[in-house]
Design a protein. Structure first.
Length: 557
């Protein structure tokens, strides 16, 4: 049975129309995404201000991990706010989540940096980031369910697609404010204090979003359930201890959400980090490219949501997953050739090899920023990692000094483990100078040459990733809502969504970058996204049901 009647057609007097419901829900969710994405877009600046004295690569990884912390706590927010949403209503819950998100974001704007208060700065930053993630864990499910429970079945994918596009709108807002602020105050002032302005603007956006959402009423499906005796609900027990619901929680997680976290965050965020940190493209150029991509992608979420109303949720989402699997490795290799052709040429003509005793080589990943990386192998690899240079590893005899081969030229490293801090710093500078000189001679660039960046090709390559992400994400809201009955929908849907995007997606940039630093291969980090997406393709093909057109009021009967 399908609910083809338009719920808005028989609404009570004073009930907001469908456009108002979608617009208000989307506006609030876009604001929360804006808050969340400011941090991801300012990773490099955050690293400079809050993670001093731990080294360039370590500070960047720590900033990425702080970005990821907000995602790690999202499942907890999903459980807490999902429970309240199923027990007390959708509207009350997402009013709380939006307030908490806004307060935490404004708090980051006022937070003193490391130079002012020392170690307390990154600790407080992590606390505020946790509050952001906790709030967002409850926001998405509430907004999507609210719209879906107002929508007629034949248009549910299209209408919930507007909620999906809020991620793009939030990112557009974040990038626009960042670019405008940097242009007005200048790069130096922006890196010093101007980065706070995008966070502080959240106060005004919060006030507007709250005013809009206060005009909404509770969803028809929730009111109907309450009228039929909804007080006997136990969202946790029914969602996770009853197999009829738990099996769909697991299918949502392993068939959709782990791919969503991998594909979306690889396409939008890891590609950004890759261009900025590894390919050394100017930050302003990266910002403009990502802004243009996000503007175009905003329409694709709604298109793929609409398409899923016609052909089904499953085939559209599978298209996105499979496209990502096919495109990631060749796409990122093509991205190197388009964005930094000098680097691609140098890698082809003068490949770099580290010849060292494997026992003396660390993973080049220090999440707490305390490792010295002082062995001859570590000193060499640290220089190459910071330079964004891909290298192979060859085992040398035990106890031998590490060497770096750049084409036909070999540079000997120096052993620094027995040295004090001052001597070690001098040795590291000497090794860095000699390795960089060899790299320069071989044609390895310090930065991507703006005159040689093929912007149309870069845009086209990244657009392939974005099409994959939007094809998966556009129909996803309707597909998740249609898996669960009204009495547990908020809880059962929110947990897999936030585990997939929070744990798989949120940790993708830091983990992928760490894999690159550990392996020496600038493309090795892509395996993180590819493995999770491949698992989801198999699960979706074999086990995921088609849900298009389901009556939300009879699911589970």
């Amino acid at each position: 049975m399908t609910d083809h009647a338009d719920p808005s057609a028989s609404r009570e007097k004073g009930e907001p129309g469908l456009r108002t419901v979608v617009g208000a829900s989307a506006a609030g969710t876009a604001f929360e995404w804006y808050d969340f994405f400011i941090f991801g877009s300012l990773t490099a600046v955050i690293a400079q201000n809050f993670y001093a004295d731990v080294g360039e690569a370590a500070s960047y990884i720590l900033a990425l991990l702080t970005f990821g912390v907000g995602f790690v706590v999202r499942p907890l927010g999903a459980l807490v706010f999902g429970w309240f949403g199923d027990r007390t209503g959708r509207k009350k819950t997402f009013l709380v989540t939006i307030t908490l998100m806004g307060a935490a974001t404004v708090g980051i704007g006022f937070l003193p940096n490391y130079d002012a208060i020392g170690i307390a700065a990154p600790i407080l930053l992590i606390v505020l980031r946790i509050l952001q993630g906790f709030a967002l864990g409850g926001e998405y499910g509430g907004a999507v369910i609210y719209v879906a429970e107002h929508s007629p079945a034949p248009r549910r994918g299209y209408l919930t697609g507007w909620i999906q596009t809020t991620a793009a709108l939030g990112l557009i807002g974040a990038l626009t404010v960042i670019l405008t602020t940097r242009m007005i105050v200048g790069v130096e002032a922006f890196n010093d204090w101007g980065w706070r302005i995008p966070f502080l603007l959240s106060l005004f956006l919060l006030i507007i979003s709250l005013w809009i959402r206060l005009k909404l009423n509770e969803s028809p499906a929730f009111r109907r359930m309450e009228a039929e005796g909804g007080a006997r609900r136990a969202p946790f027990r029914e969602s996770f201890l009853e197999w009829k619901n738990l099996k769909f929680v697991l299918l949502a997680l392993f068939g959709t959400m782990i791919a969503q976290g991998a594909v979306w965050y690889c396409g939008y965020f890891y590609s950004r980090f890759f261009m900025e940190r590894i390919l050394k493209v100017e930050v302003a150029t990266v910002d403009l490219i990502m802004l243009a991509l996000t503007v175009v992608s905003a329409f694709l979420y709604v298109f793929f949501g609409w398409l899923s109303d016609k052909v089904g949720r499953k085939p559209v989402m599978l298209f996105g997953m499979i496209l990502a699997l096919i495109a990631f490795f060749p796409g990122f290799q093509a991205l190197t050739r388009a964005a930094n052709p000098a680097l691609a040429e140098a890698q082809a003509s003068s490949p770099v090899t580290v010849i060292a005793d494997p026992a003396t080589c660390a993973l080049q990943f220090d999440p707490v920023g305390k490792a010295a990386f002082a062995s001859s192998c570590d000193l060499a690899k640290t220089v190459l990692s910071n330079a964004g240079v891909s290298y192979d590893n060859i085992a040398a005899p035990a106890g031998s000094l590490a060497r770096v081969r750049v084409g036909e030229v070999e540079v000997a490293s120096i052993e620094g483990e027995a040295l004090g801090p001052a001597e070690r710093a001098a040795v590291k500078a000497e090794v860095e100078g000699r390795i960089k000189a060899a790299l320069t001679t071989a044609g390895y660039p310090d930065r991507a040459d703006p005159a040689r960046v093929d912007l149309p090709m870069v845009f086209a390559i990244l657009m392939i990733f974005i099409v994959a992400a939007t094809a998966l994400y556009g129909p996803q809201a309707a597909a998740l809502v249609e898996l669960f009955p009204t009495r547990v929908r908020y809880t059962a849907m929110s947990l897999p969504y936030n585990v997939g995007t929070g744990w798989v997606g949120g940790l993708l940039p830091a983990t992928s970058f760490a894999l690159v630093a550990a392996s020496g291969n600038i493309y090795f980090g892509l395996w993180y996204a590819v493995v999770f997406t491949a698992i989801a393709v198999v699960v979706t093909l074999l086990f995921m049901p088609e849900t298009k057109g389901r009556d939300l009021n009879t699911i589970g009967d």
